[in-house]
Write a protein that binds this ligand. Sequence first.
Ligand code: TPP
Ligand code: MG
Length: 281
Amino acid sequence: MDRKVIKELELNAAKCRRNVVRMVEASGCGHLGGALSCIDILTALYFYKMNISAQNPKLEDRDRFILSAGHKCMAQYAVLAEKGYFDKSVLDTYGRLNTKIPGHPDMHKLEGIEANTGALGHGLSIGCGMALGFKLDKMSSKVYVVMGDGELAEGSNWEAAAAAAHHKLDNLVVFVDNNGLQISGHTSDIMNFEPIAERFSSFGWAVKDIDGNNMKEIIETLDLIPMQCGKPTLIVSHTIKSKGISFAENKAAYHYWKPSKEELNQAIYETETAIKELELI
Ligand SMILES: Cc1ncc(C[n+]2csc(CCOP(=O)(O)OP(=O)(O)O)c2C)c(N)n1
Ligand SMILES: [Mg+2]
């Protein structure tokens, strides 16, 4: 793997982390933790893997991305802005009345959003339907879904997991952003779904565990897809909630962040320093 490609993607992810902090700065609050744990995955998908076009967001044979855990949407807005889907000044309207970028993604408000999400447990079913439709229409489009580990507690996911295997949806790729935390604590204490990979494997999926904050590992995994012909792919991505902001990492309290001035300044400093360090390499 070309080191330059990885560095460029890491720099994009760093810029996206700064975009997330910018949104919180503008609105005063936001779902920080889950956005920052999955942002490396979204960066890799949008900048490296998916067949999409910011200039032509409705490209017929585009790949589809569904953020099933819709509260992580600052990550998607950050990446879409960096890709040029909209002007970065829109980031400063996050969460405001009539904004294009509300607290959960709305396909009727923003180009690039393929499904409305926020109520957990629906993105996988939507993704299955899309992937099955592409198969029936003999289209090459792939469907990528990002879910949370806490989200796995929604029973609808398991119906979708069975259907995806039954219909041999090898054009469906799912990342579980396995940061170990959900809204109010450790996922293992609230509703344990470990071992996640083994459970999906028993449903007939091709599975892999990765470090979901390691760009090289994400890219190398994306290069393997589809991992098995005739099977949907599940990538259990071990991540750190609030990754990139030292005082917030791995703490359930930063699921939703309403920063003090000091915390905000520290987060701006850390995310800008990360960009500068990567630009020097
Ligand atoms: C159906 C439904 N129930 C509850 C919620 C409230 N809720 C929002 S985020 C969240 C935790 C999700 O945890 P996880 O999937 O691990 O995502 P992370 O917090 O790690 O980003 C919950 C329970 C919701 N959005 N939808
Ligand atoms: Mg989680």
